[in-house]
Design a protein. Sequence first.
Length: 301
Amino acid sequence: MTDNASSPRSRTPLTVLGAGAMGSALVRAWLAAGHPVTVWNRTPARAEALAAEGAAVARSAAEAVAANRLVIVCLLDDASVGSALETADLTGRDIVDLTTGTPAEGRTRAAWAEACGARFLDGGIMAVPPMIGSPDSGAYVFYSGSSALFEEHRDTLAVPAGTTYVGTDPGFAALHDVALLSAMSGMFAGVFHAFALVRHEDIAPKDFAPLLEGWLKAMAGLVHNAADQLESGDFHRNVVSNAAMQATGNGTLLRTAEEQGVSAELLTPYMVLMDRLVAAGRGDEDTTGMVDLLLKAPGTN
């Protein structure tokens, strides 16, 4: 958050399209900081609920866009964004799209907005609604696209959550967002498998959770070693447990799952890829080499 978020200079008026859980949280954060906010939602009742807190409610998306130069979009998906903005005059507008999407959607939407006479930023929100507007929550948003737009509105954008600008390529915000969410998904796959293993034993989940958290935190630092190997192309650098050793150890994990009556379906895709690395004669490397096995040849599905 920025210290001068509530100063008169930073109280930029803005429009928010979308009053779902995240959109409403964003609106409330900007209102609390003294920003005049115009809001529109496809279901009017949700927008009306924000009127009591000081927001101006527009009757249409086009009217909301016309109200302010800075327009924040937080809708269900990219198709919803296109539908909402199709009748709006975007000339001279600064569009910040916080709708969750793919890198390709971000790039396509940026080109479309620019053709309509607008500047464009795509955003990826790394937070859930209760974290928005709380300086100590750790919430932040990836932004990519127009650097001039970002610099001009940096203070305003920093009101609801921290800001991290990742480049002029409009697809980079979504790419960073989805990459981190994908890593989270893999982590939770392991977490749920671990809980399943102890589920029917005399081991309280609340007692097991701190051990699990501590172990994951201890292992998290290995991402830096992986990054170093990927940048250098040397997968023999700083190897602690090579792929062949880990592939052999996977047998114990699978046998334990069988003994505990637990499906290994959350683990086996990872293990199959590791076996491929070893079968390719790369068993003495770190498992970071699996990254390249995931990359499809251009033109393949």
